[in-house]
Structures are given as structure tokens and as C-alpha cells.
Design a protein around this ligand. Structure first.
Ligand code: ATP
Length: 455
């Protein structure tokens, strides 16, 4: 029987991620750099798929959204106007005994979690990374690595209005790297110092913000569920007034039940016209919108859903992870949604014999233009299934000696381990249909269900 995610520990996940090439510690041969991670061959495919699924749902499938890709380094006045220079800070405390530093918000008691030592008074620590533009390292050359991508979209608001041909409400969306000099990092890729953010600013007419805030909460909750996340492992936490950021009138976090407990997955903020007005005042440029239906000029309000791609990946991995005993052996499997799975189909010839390899290579060549396909002819077939299970590959295609006679191949489904035998000529259309959600027991012409022990 399957023992769903309940017994997943972070140690197991981190070790699987290293073993199968999802995620490695950054600069590992030098002892790593805390809060930085590298995505390996499987991890980068998963990451691209998560970002792609978000982009499709937020930008490409909607008429009211414009994509952008703004620069990481910006004029430092942006961060003065937005309030980040003065208030993008965390309360830092230091243990007087072991000198470890902590984010005061994270502590339950007023003593050091490591040695129970006494803590210093809180002081605010700005978490923006600084660097310099040009050869002279002085104050006039200081720039920041962006801690979010939002400001790049606010300062482009008028460019979007003048070129995007959209009426309010509409949004600007982007994905990209963000950097935060977090006081403490941890829980694998949950909190890192360099991470990728996926967020959008949805510009609306003042007065309509409550409706749109609720609309986006529902849309975003539905997105995670559509991609396979168990709804019982998601919850909405509405922020209390005193916990809101300085620019927000309402905020809600979508939380996921990670192996260590509930944690923020995505933040949705009702940001008013704060950012646009700040940039207007600081730059002297108008951030007003002319509503040609009502003949009014106004500065739009904004609703912003923002999620870290890496945090979303962690949630998708935790939710997809499963262990079960098959033929007295442990089977570890990622039940990724097909859209997210790093590899969609693996072609596995039963032997390396020449005639079998030739047919298997033909099949591989026909499938790989359609979806991410892997060819694997090493080790026993059972071991190869286990490896693909650990990568989360939804379908394996096995070519055996009978295939040479009947020109049929076996498709094995990851989740049920059921198998069907189908004509080689129908593989592509059958797999496309299965990946799009067709029931596995529906057969193409000439196909049949294979009755055999699951493996
Ligand atoms: P937290 O309270 O966890 O520090 P936050 O409230 O500061 O997060 P936001 O500024 O709202 O986070 O950032 C939006 C999203 O970006 C978060 O919901 C999270 O998914 C992601 N995120 C923020 N900080 C990090 C980080 N250090 N590492 C990875 N992802 C992050």
C-alpha cells in the first residue's frame, strides 16, 4: 500500500533531489554557500515546467495580461521611492553567547534556539544586496540587486498602457531572479538568498479592489489544485491589519503544509495606489490612467499575487512524493502532474541487442520532437522503472523481442503500474492523449490491456 507524503522528511527529499539530479547545494566542492542552490538536469526541467505552467495560465491564456522582463539592476531611486531603502528590513537579534544571528520574527522565545543564550536588542537589518556600477566603489555608484520584480513593472506602467492596447483592469506579469540577504535561510529551497519569483501587478479601478482581491485568491488556489496539489494541504491565511506591509490594505497568504508544518507559499496583496503614487511623486512623471469610458483620470489600484518559483517547486515535490512497497522493495515515486514532470516518456529497450536497439531508437526519434523523452538501455528493466518513478516520468515505453514480430510496444503507467500493449504506429497519439488526461484503460485500435504483475 502507498504511504502518501505523510512520512516525507526533508532529509529524504534532499537526498532524492541529489541522487536524481534535481537540486544540488551551490558551489558544493567548496563547502557550498548558504542559501544558494543549483538545479540539475531533472530540476531545471521541473523548474521550466512550473514557470511555463504559470506563464501559460497567467499570461497566454488571458486577454488582460501583458508579460515583461525587466532588469535586475535598476536606478537606485526606484528603491528609495518604493520604500525599500528605508523599510525592506528584518529585525535582527544576536546571541550574546554563541553569536549566532536570528530573525526576531522567527523566534518563539526570547532566547537563542541553539544554546538558549541571552539575545541582544533587535536592530533592523536591510535585506537588499548592494553592489556597484562601474569601477569606483562609492555611494554614488551603489545599486541594489532587486529583492522582488514588482518595481520593474510599476515603473513600466505607462509603457504598458501606451503599447499594450489594454483597458483597465489589466495586469503586467513577470518571472525572474530576486535576491534577499536573509538573516537565516533554511528548509532547503524554501528560503534562499537567490531565488526566482513569479508575480504580477493587476491594475484596477479604485473601489473595485475587494472584488479583485477575492477573485485572485480563488484563481491562485485553483491553479495549484489543477496542477495536482491536494486541497487539504493548502490553506488561506488572511493577514491581520497589524501584520500588513506598509503599502497594503489587505493581504492573504496561500499556505502549504510542508513536512515541517504550514508555511507561506504565495502572498496576495491588495496594494492600493501606493507604488504608482510614490513613483509619480519621486520621478515627476504621471502615473495616471485615462479611462475613456468614464472620461476620468485616476491612479489605478493594484492587486499583486506573488510566489517564489522555488517554493512552488518545493510544494509540488512534497505533494507528489510517495513511497510504497512493491515486490518487497521500496518504490519511491513522484506523482507529478504530466505538465510538470521533467521527463514525459522514457523509451526502454529490453535488451541492447542490435535489432531491438534499432526499433527502440526509431521509436525514440519519433517521440522526442513531441515531448521530453529519455532513452535508457542500462540495467534490468525493474531498476529502470524505479529510476523513472523517482524522476516522476508518467509513461515508460518498453520495446521487447515480441515487438520485432508484432510491431507493438508496451506502455507502463507510473501511478498504477498498469500496462497496455499498443501498435508502435499509435504510440505518439496514444501518449499525447494520455498526457492530456485520457484514462489509461482507453485503447487505440489494435491495443490490449496487459495482464501481469505490476512492477
Ligand atoms: P517570508 O515571510 O516567507 O519571508 P515574504 O512575506 O517576505 O516571505 P513576499 O515578499 O511576499 O514574501 O514574497 C513573495 C513570495 O516570494 C513568497 O510568498 C515566497 O513564495 C517567495 N519568497 C520570498 N522570500 C523568499 C526566499 N528568501 N526564498 C525563496 N522564496 C521566497
Amino acid at each position: 500500500m502507498s504511504e502518501k507524503a505523510g512520512n516525507l522528511t526533508m532529509e529524504k527529499l534532499v537526498s532524492l533531489c541529489q541522487r536524481r539530479g534535481f537540486i544540488f547545494p551551490s558551489s558544493d566542492i567548496y563547502g557550498g554557500l548558504s542559501g544558494c542552490w543549483d538545479y540539475g538536469p531533472a530540476g531545471i526541467e521541473l523548474k521550466r515546467n512550473v514557470k511555463e505552467a504559470w506563464w501559460r495560465s497567467i499570461v497566454q491564456e488571458r486577454d488582460d495580461m501583458l508579460g515583461m522582463d525587466t532588469s535586475i539592476l535598476m536606478n537606485p531611486k526606484v528603491w528609495e521611492a518604493s520604500g525599500h531603502v528605508t523599510s525592506f528590513s528584518d529585525p535582527l537579534v544576536e546571541c550574546k553567547n554563541c553569536h549566532l544571528r536570528w530573525k526576531a520574527d522567527d523566534l518563539r522565545e526570547n532566547k537563542c534556539p541553539t544554546c538558549s543564550g541571552e539575545l541582544t536588542e533587535e536592530r533592523m537589518f536591510n535585506t537588499m544586496f548592494k553592489t556597484f556600477v562601474g569601477p569606483v566603489e562609492d555611494d554614488t555608484a551603489t545599486v541594489y540587486l532587486r529583492p522582488e520584480t514588482a518595481q520593474g513593472m510599476f515603473v513600466n506602467f505607462q509603457n504598458a498602457v501606451s503599447t499594450g492596447r489594454k483597458r483597465l483592469p489589466f495586469g503586467i506579469a513577470q518571472q525572474g531572479k530576486a535576491f534577499r540577504n536573509e538573516i537565516t535561510t533554511g528548509n532547503f529551497i524554501f528560503r534562499s538568498r537567490e531565488f526566482e519569483i513569479m508575480e504580477f501587478e493587476y491594475f484596477i479601478k479604485p473601489g473595485t479592489q475587494d472584488k479583485w482581491f477575492e477573485y485572485w485568491i480563488n484563481e491562485r488556489l485553483a491553479w495549484y489544485q489543477k496542477l495536482g496539489i491536494d486541497k487539504d494541504r493548502l490553506q488561506l491565511h488572511r493577514k491581520k491589519k497589524e501584520d500588513l506591509a506598509h503599502y497594503a490594505i489587505a493581504g492573504a497568504d496561500i499556505e502549504y503544509n510542508f513536512p515541517w508544518g504550514w508555511g507561506e507559499l504565495e502572498g496576495i496583496a491588495n496594494r492600493t495606489d501606493y507604488d504608482l503614487k510614490q513613483h509619480s511623486a519621486a520621478s515627476g512623471k504621471s502615473m495616471e490612467y485615462y479611462d475613456d469610458e468614464t472620461k476620468e483620470h485616476y491612479v489605478p489600484y493594484v492587486v499583486e499575487p506573488s510566489v517564489g518559483a522555488d517554493r512552488a517547486i518545493l510544494a509540488f515535490m512534497c505533494d507528489a512524493y510517495d513511497e510504497e512497497t512493491v515486490k518487497d522493495e521500496l518504490r519511491v515515486v513522484f506523482h507529478f502532474h504530466p505538465d510538470l514532470a521533467p521527463v514525459k516518456v522514457a523509451v526502454l529497450p529490453l535488451s541492447r541487442k542490435e535489432n531491438l536497439a534499432a526499433l527502440a531508437k526509431d521509436v525514440y526519434g519519433a517521440l522526442r520532437p513531441c515531448f521530453a523523452t529519455q532513452y535508457d538501455d542500462t540495467q534490468a528493466i525493474g531498476r529502470r522503472y524505479r529510476r523513472q518513478d523517482e524522476l516522476g516520468t508518467p509513461y515508460c515505453v518498453t520495446i521487447d523481442f515480441a515487438s520485432l514480430e508484432d510491431n507493438m510496444a508496451t506502455i507502463r503507467e507510473r501511478d498504477s503500474m498498469d500496462q497496455i500493449r499498443v501498435p508502435v504506429a499509435t504510440l505518439k497519439t496514444t501518449l499525447l492523449a494520455k498526457l492530456a488526461g485520457e484514462d489509461f484503460s482507453i485503447l487505440p485500435e489494435g491495443g490490449r490491456i496487459q495482464k501481469q504483475v505490476k512492477s
